[in-house]
Design a protein around this ligand. Structure first.
Ligand SMILES: *[C@@H]1O[C@H](CO)[C@@H](O)[C@H](O)[C@H]1NC(C)=O
Ligand SMILES: *[C@@H]1O[C@H](CO)[C@@H](O)[C@H](O)[C@H]1NC(C)=O
Ligand SMILES: *[C@@H]1O[C@H](CO)[C@@H](O)[C@H](O)[C@H]1NC(C)=O
Length: 346
């Protein structure tokens, strides 16, 4: 069913409008602006219509997706009544298992695995007895760690409390970055050590540098910078991962709507940013070390109206992009068209 959101557009329209840069949707436009033709070569992704194998797996509102590239697993969390909340797929789109025990209202997730341990973290914005927490599960749905005070929102640091924790990012060192949150009492970015001690904290509600209004998504780049989608302030803010020092912000790409999700491609060359109500994914040039420079859009994937891409994740091995869409109630997979563009050795 859900697949028809895209299929209805037809294969031709799909190639013309979905994959190509939306601004160059049609040959007339191309003829008029030949000097911009190079942009059409930046056709970076195609939609994988075979993922997942059956769209009927999605029975709720799909808020987030996580990829365990080490073990070839894709996790999807969805909201709804009397449904499995977490679905575990293979990267080929086969459903392996699902669970809903101790998951109230999932918002964001992150897969953090070692060869010995397969796990997924989920931020839960529910107001029931499992809500206001950031939880770690093993791949079979056993709860192995709870951060926050279950069922109780708050601003405290000891013990740590959250209010609508939006998303998290876990480094290979197991240091954790949490954005808290999605419109609650807190507007902060917290770095925790692998044994859950607070290493640093930035932010409070506001528009000044290092303040946030709905810090919605967080990720790291390859040179030690933390990127936060500061959605309400319509900008990405950037911090030093060791000190928490504010390094700058990008806002010129987000005048229409703030970013709801931010991730880097595995080669570190691009950032992919989702804009929810615009139903748009933008592929931005990643800045080199040092000066952040300016925000520059390389390509966009314009999804049909009301698809509403909420959060996305990128497979670190293959570069595939998985997008959790709360309007279309599905997760779609986009694969890089030209793997050498991204420098993969697949
Ligand atoms: C949990 O999921 C099962 C189906 O997998 C469903 O029958 C059950 O109602 C769900 N429970 C809740 C509390 O949503
Ligand atoms: C944060 O500030 C904005 C205006 O700057 C205001 O609209 C919003 O309600 C504030 N949020 C909280 C949680 O105080
Ligand atoms: C998207 O639109 C809805 C409904 O108009 C609004 O409530 C929401 O705040 C918007 N979200 C963003 C990120 O602009």
């Amino acid at each position: 069913m859900a697949r028809r959101w895209v299929c209805a557009a037809g294969v031709a329209l799909f190639f013309a409008c979905l994959v190509l840069h939306s601004h160059f949707c049609g040959p007339a436009v191309l003829r008029k602006r030949p000097f911009l033709k190079w942009r059409t070569e930046k056709m970076l992704y195609r939609l994988d219509l075979g993922w997942p194998r059956f769209s009927e797996y999605f029975t709720g509102v799909t808020f987030c997706v996580a990829v365990d590239s080490l073990n070839g697993l894709v996790y999807v969390a969805q909201r709804g009544d009397n449904i499995p909340k977490v679905l575990v797929f293979t990267e080929d789109g086969y459903l392996l298992r699902s669970w809903n025990h101790t998951v109230d209202t999932p918002h964001g997730m992150f897969a953090s695995s070692t060869p010995l341990e397969q796990s997924v973290w989920i931020t839960d914005v529910g107001s029931g007895s499992y809500g206001h927490t950031v939880k770690k599960y093993n791949s079979f749905g056993d709860l192995v760690q709870v951060l926050g005070t279950p069922g109780k929102k708050g601003t405290a640091l000891n013990p740590l409390q959250f209010d609508n924790p939006a998303e998290l990012y876990v480094e290979d060192t197991e240091d954790i970055y949490i954005v808290d949150g999605d419109g609650g009492l807190n507007n902060r970015l917290i770095k925790l050590s692998q044994n859950f001690m607070i290493l640093w904290l930035r932010g409070e509600n506001g528009t000044a540098p290092a303040k946030f209004n709905i810090p919605h998504s967080v990720t790291l780049d390859s040179v030690g910078r933390v990127w936060v989608a500061d959605r309400g302030n319509k900008r990405l803010q950037v911090f030093d991962k060791d000190t928490g020092e504010w390094l700058g912000a990008w806002s010129s790409c987000f005048t229409e709507e703030g970013p709801s999700s931010v991730r880097f491609t595995p080669d570190g060359k691009y950032l992919i940013v989702a804009q929810l109500n615009l139903s748009r994914l933008s592929i931005l040039a990643a800045p080199p070390t040092g000066n952040l420079g300016h925000c520059s859009v390389i390509s966009t994937i314009q999804l049909p109206d009301q698809v509403l891409p909420h959060l996305l994740e990128i497979d670190r091995k293959t570069g595939a992009v998985y997008v959790a869409e709360i309007g279309a109630k599905q997760v779609q997979k986009f694969v890089p068209l030209n793997s050498h563009v991204f420098g993969f050795s697949v």
